[in-house]
Structure formats: C-alpha cells, structure tokens
Write a protein that binds this ligand. Structure first.
Ligand code: AMP
Ligand code: ZN
Length: 483
C-alpha cells in the first residue's frame, strides 16, 4: 500500500513498525460545539484508512483523543480556552458542554458510517501522563519555566519545522484571531506545555502539578494519550491539514525530545472542505452540520459519497449544488442495487477476486477513493450473476461504508409498496414465474415514466434487454418474458 507521508513529502510504501499490530492515532474534536461537515470530512477520510487497513488484513489499534481542555482560541497557545467560551455561551459547565458535544460528535459519526476508534480518550483523563512527560523535558533541558508556565524550548532542536512548507493560507489558520503575543516565550515558536498563569483566571478545570495548580497545553495531550495507549512509537498519525502546524510540529518536537528517538513514521493530512466563501470554521458562528443536511432532506451518506468522490489531498469546495449531485448519484446507485436479485445462484469467486483486485489497487494508491467508488460501477456492469454482484458490493461497502445494501433493501420494499398502493399497475411474466428483481426494475421504469423521465425509462428498458428480458406495455401494467 502506498501512502503519501507529509513528513517526508513523498509517496511511500506502508511498512508497519511491528509484524503483529498497526498503531494509528487521530486528533479528535474539540468538543465546545458541534462538528461542522468540514471537520467530518477529515474523520470520513481517516475512517477509510482505518477500515481499509483492517480490510487488507492488518491488526489495527486506533486511538483518538477528545479535546476537552487546553485548546485556546489561537492554535499558537494564546487567547482563551475554547471549552470555557462554549460553556459561557450556553450557560453550562465545561464538563456538561464536553459530554453533550462528545455525544453529538459520535452521533454524527454514526450517521456518516464512521467507525468509533478502539480507544477514545478525553484529554482531562490523562493529566498524570502529561506531568510525567513535562517533568522529563524540564530535567533534560528541553523545557523551561517562565511567568508561571512551562514552555517547550524549540531552540534546543536541530530540526523543528517539519511541516512548514505548506502554503501560507494553510499555515495562517494556526495563528488565527490576532491575539497578543506571549512575552514569556524565549523563541517565537516555543509553546506552552503547562499553564498556571493565564490572562483568563476563570479557567474552570485545574489540576495540581509540580509547577503549581494549572492545566495542560493543547499539544501535549496528543503525545500523552498516544504514548499511554500505543507506547513509544506510532505507525500513522492523522489530522486535518490545519493541524500540521503548529500542532503536529509541536507533538513531534516534544515526543521525540522525551523519547530520544523517532516517534511516528507516517503522517496523513486531510485537506480542507471550503465553502465558496472560504474555509469552514466553528469559530465563525454559522456553520454546516450533519443535522442541517438532514433537515434539508439529504442523506448523510450522500455527503460521505461526496467526500469519497475526491482525493483527500485536495481541498474540496462544498456547495448545495455539489451535494445535490452527490445525492442524485447516491439514489441512482441504490436503485441499481435494489434491482439485483440475491437468489440467482452461487457467488463466482473468480469474478469476485478480479473485481476486488481493482478495488484494492485504487485504495492501495494513496487512498484513491474516487476510483474505489468507480469500482462499484464495475461490479454493476460485470458479466457475472447478481449474487456475485451483491456479495462484492457488500464486501467493498465494508470499507466505503455507504450503507448500500440496507438502503437497497429499503428501496426494494418501497417500490413494492408503491406498486401495491397504486393498485392499477400490475407486472406479469408470460411464463407465470415471479422474479422480485425484474419486477423492481419494471416498477422503477414505471416510476420514471410517471415522472416524465423518459430517458431513464428507456435506459431501464435497455438494461433489462441486456439482461435478456423483454418488456411490453399492456393496459394498466407491463408484461415481461425471457428472450
Ligand atoms: P477541531 O475540533 O477544531 O479540533 O478539529 C477537528 C478536526 O477537523 C481536525 O483534524 C482539524 O484539522 C479538522 N478540520 C478543521 N477544519 C476543517 C475543514 N474545513 N475541513 C477539513 N477538516 C477540518
Ligand atoms: Zn492532536
């Protein structure tokens, strides 16, 4: 499998560190508000990597943090804790906010077919881990105390700017909202490991530490949580592109200084979802959520399909028109699958293996999800029986997670009910046999005709013909025969 590694800026063969386990870490949400669909693009693409590694036979252990403390309004450690802002906005406690938005996040994930990582750890659970790491960094001279806070000293490193060649626009988001600079820092890029002093004295959650009562910085949580659950090394670390700097740069700095060796081998960054007006952001107030998509009548899986249709290393522009197109494509895909019949023989293993090869080749190529989606159409067009097609589609969907089979079952039932309710339209076969899949196709053709979509009606008739089925219209119905 080839993955693009943002740390080396190269496409590399993926080789795990250990023969028996793959260790993956994903930066989780800051739970002061709902996740917007931009955040969720990152989680969808990371979910594809998670699912595909398992599909390819790796024994994956995936860990994700929940940021419930320490993420300030600027990623450069300045400003106020986002959690506190959220709590004030809603007249609730920080822990109430954290619980509410953590639940909301996982509910969105479920709707989008995103698997829950094996370990989900709130940052507030691991204070001892951070204290252990910070203590050693101070002892070994990588950290210093100033103005009551503990800072990481970036001048002690030979190489700090691992990810700094991203374009200026991507880096800008790391220092958003123009907050004042911290004069305690010895070097511009030094960052806070532990706060005891802050301009915002009403910080809600504080813990005792060797440096006084305070709270951890944002970056230390990901190093601490990863090491707690995955040990001293890591195969793959994921996050959105805005996390590359300063967050991931700082994670590498502190982790490798603490461990004394290389920490993580592969870094995967998902590029942003933008609106036509620019980057989508929680701090802008109005933003798009999964619930909003649902209220407007979209299926969250159509949004997932929209994301899969483009590569994770390209920014993606969201518009309602683009989502409409994805929803239409999704509906058509489901209708085609609904027309397949499951009981037409045994699964042809050779046909399955050939189709699978193409699917894997797409994902092995740095997660080319749009080609993996195309592989679904290859299945539908393949010269094999429907049982093989359904088996292969279900298999691919264990990675793509578009809920294809269950939705097709629902669609099939709907078509039957509609036909019954209409009453007047009957489907007969000349031989007297009954075939649910053929009947469903004929009913879909009738629906298209009713909607005056004659091109679609003709397409279905041609498709049936290609399957060796001839349809003739009769008063109040249609009859079919095998030719
Ligand atoms: P946050 O909840 O702000 O900590 O962000 C959660 C995840 O979403 C991080 O991995 C971010 O890098 C990512 N992210 C933030 N904005 C976007 C966006 N517009 N498109 C894609 N990913 C994003
Ligand atoms: Zn992180």
């Amino acid at each position: 499998m080839i993955l693009y590694n943002s740390a080396t800026r190269k496409r590399e063969e993926f080789v795990p560190n250990h023969p028996d386990i793959v260790k993956m870490y994903t930066c989780g949400p800051t739970v002061y508000h709902y996740a917007h669909i931009g955040n969720l693009r990152s989680y969808i693409m990371e979910d594809i990597l998670d699912r595909y590694l398992r599909y390819a036979g790796y024994n994956l252990k995936r860990v994700m943090n929940i940021t419930d403390v320490g993420h300030l309004t600027s990623d450069a450690d300045e400003g106020e804790d986002k959690m506190l802002k959220g709590a004030r906005r809603e007249h609730k406690t920080v822990m109430e906010i954290a619980q509410f938005y953590t639940d909301a996040f996982f509910s969105d994930c479920e709707k989008l077919g995103i698997r829950r990582p094996d370990v989900v750890e709130p940052a507030t659970n691991c204070i001892d881990e951070y204290i252990k790491i910070i203590t050693k960094l101070l002892d070994t001279g990588y950290a210093y105390l100033a103005g009551g806070n503990v800072y990481f000293d970036t001048s002690k490193l030979e190489r700090y700017y691992i990810f700094n060649d991203f374009n200026a626009e991507d880096l800008d988001v790391g220092v958003r909202e123009g907050v004042e600079e911290d004069t305690n820092k010895r070097n511009k890029n030094d960052f806070v490991l532990w706060f005891t002093k802050s301009k915002f004295e009403d910080q809600a959650l504080k813990w005792d530490s060797p440096w006084g009562v305070g709270y951890p910085g944002w970056h230390i949580e990901c190093s601490g949580i990863s090491m707690k659950h995955l040990g001293d090394d890591l195969d793959i670390h994921c996050g959105g592109i805005d996390n590359a700097f300063p967050h991931h740069t700082n994670e590498i700095a502190q982790s490798e200084s603490y461990l004394g060796h290389k920490w993580c081998n592969y870094w995967m960054h998902v590029y942003h979802l933008n609106t036509t007006g620019g980057k989508m952001s929680k701090s802008k107030g109005e933003f798009l959520t999964v619930s909003l998509l649902e209220e407007k009548g979209y299926d969250p899986r159509a949004y997932r399909l929209f994301c899969l249709q483009s590569h994770y290393r390209k920014s993606l522009v969201f518009s309602w028109e683009n989502l409409d197109n994805a929803q239409t494509t999704y509906n058509k895909l489901i209708a085609k699958i609904a027309a397949l019949k499951s009981d037409d023989g045994a699964v042809d293993n050779d046909a399955y293996a050939a189709l699978r090869q193409k699917f894997c080749a797409a994902l092995d190529n740095d997660l080319n999800t749009s080609l993996a989606v195309t592989a679904l159409y290859d299945v539908l067009k393949a010269k094999t029986n429907d049982a093989t097609k359904l088996y292969t589609l279900a298999d691919f969907d264990s990675v793509l997670s578009l809920d294809l089979i269950a939705k097709a079952d629902i669609k099939r039932e709907e078509l039957k009910k509609e036909a019954l309710a209409a009453g007047s339209f009957t489907v007969l076969s000349e031989s007297g046999e009954s075939d649910a899949a053929i009947e469903a196709q004929i009913l879909a053709r009738q629906e298209a005709k009713k909607a005056k979509n004659f091109a679609e009606a003709d397409r279905i008739r041609d498709e049936l013909k290609a399957q060796g089925i001839e349809v003739t219209d009769i008063p109040h119905g249609a009859k079919w025969r095998r030719i």
